[in-house]
Design a protein around this ligand. Structure first.
Ligand code: KG4
Ligand code: ZN
Length: 373
């Protein structure tokens, strides 16, 4: 069943946008409306396909997106009781991400847009994470954003749709990557974030001391690769003392690791708040955390405490909208389309690298392609 345009106009505020996400290991799509309704929402995780490799295998990811995306979109349109004709625009993650998966999503979305005579909106995956909080709460620009996921770790001043200033970024690993690598070296299941959080909940964060990279240094940049090495040494010490890594050792290491990440986030954010205040003036402004690592309850609590101590309002998307999903892409596409209704990105191709703040110098990676992190 599909709705007629008249019925759809009466039920929802336009624009009505379909968003497709295939940049990593989730095949996802959603339809959202301007009045912040998620009309339908489907996510197919590939966790089981990558688990035995301890990380995402790009070729497997691309193949799975090809196998599942058409069927997922058919189910999504059925769930919403809508046809492609009812939509105002078709959005897809166009970068950054794994290029094979990006191409699957972009080509599918462009084909739908072409067949239905609708515009195609190219969405930066990071902008999807950045704007998700505005889908679930009335957050005005400008706001300060900590964007922490498997591939990215940045603090951004979000001034408007498409208008970002990067205040800080990781100089090596992303925060989610640090969780994933820590989990792998401690023999915990992939993806590492949820596994480490679960173990940390059973551990004593005070038993081990880990270095807190960048803490106390000026600026807002992060570094996590040294932390990963310190975790490995700690685990090796435990094995040397007791013959193997016991569960209590592992839980205590995870607790120390998670606490250390929290301390790094808070220290860097404190500097960012000061910079942001100098830019936008004193007073309350929203502090937003987004991306897969924002699903971590302990870290959310730590950032919320920092926001309270700085007199700021705190916002984090619900857990299902922290990790990759279609609604964040549909919403970012909607926001872009709303400020520029003449938009049609049909000539834009998949981009593995695509920094949100194109003016900022790459910290990792180089040249025109932009920063990895
Ligand atoms: O945003 P996301 O789904 O994909 C990227 O854009 O990278 O983030 C995935 C990352 C993974 O590194 C995963 O381990 C991490 O988010 N993550 C978590 C938690 N849930 C997911 N990290 C810490 N604690 C969690 N509960
Ligand atoms: Zn993501």
């Amino acid at each position: 069943m599909t709705g007629t345009n008249d019925q759809v106009n009466q039920q929802f505020r336009r624009p009505l946008v379909l968003g497709v996400e295939t940049s990593c290991d989730e095949t996802a799509a959603a339809i959202v409306s301007a009045d912040k309704k998620i009309l339908a929402h489907r996510v197919l995780s590939q966790i089981d396909d990558h688990a035995e490799f301890g990380g995402v295998v790009p070729e497997i990811a691309a193949r799975q997106h090809i196998s599942h995306l058409d069927h997922l979109l058919k189910g999504l349109m059925d769930d919403a009781a809508l046809g492609f004709d009812d939509l105002d625009a078709i959005a897809a993650t166009t970068g950054p991400g794994l290029v094979g998966g990006l191409m699957v999503g972009v080509m599918t979305a462009k084909a739908i847009a072409r067949a239905a005579g609708k515009p195609f909106v190219a969405v930066n995956h990071l902008e999807g994470h950045a704007l998700t909080a505005r889908l679930v709460a009335d957050i005005e620009f400008p706001f300060l954003l900590l964007l922490v996921s498997g591939g990215h770790c940045q603090i951004l001043s979000v001034r408007g749709v498409g208008d970002y200033e990067r205040l800080g970024s990781t100089i090596d690993d992303a925060a989610g990557e640090a969780f994933d690598k820590t989990a792998k070296l401690l023999g915990l299941a992939y993806p590492g974030g949820p596994s480490v959080e679960k173990e940390a909940g059973k551990g004593d964060p005070a038993r081990f001391k880990l270095p807190k990279p960048m803490v106390g240094k000026p600026g807002c940049d992060f570094s996590f690769s040294g932390l990963k090495t310190a975790v490995r040494r700690l685990a090796e010490d435990c094995v040397a003392k007791r013959g193997m890594l016991y569960e209590d050792d592992r839980a205590d290491i995870c607790a120390a690791f998670q606490m250390t990440i929290g301390a790094c986030f808070k220290d860097r954010l404190r500097h960012a708040v000061a910079l942001f205040r100098a830019d936008v003036g004193a007073g309350d402004f929203p502090l937003v955390v987004a991306g897969g690592v924002a699903a971590n309850a302990y870290l959310r609590g730590e950032i919320e405490a920092l926001a309270a101590s700085e007199g700021l309002s705190f916002h984090a998307p619900p857990l299902s909208l922290c990790t990759d999903n279609g609604a964040m892409i549909a919403w970012a596409g909607l926001e872009r389309f709303r400020v520029n209704p003449g938009l049609d990105d049909r000539d834009v191709s998949a981009r593995p690298r695509w920094p949100l703040d194109e003016r900022a110098a790459p910290i990792v990676g180089s040249g025109k392609k932009g920063a990895k992190a």
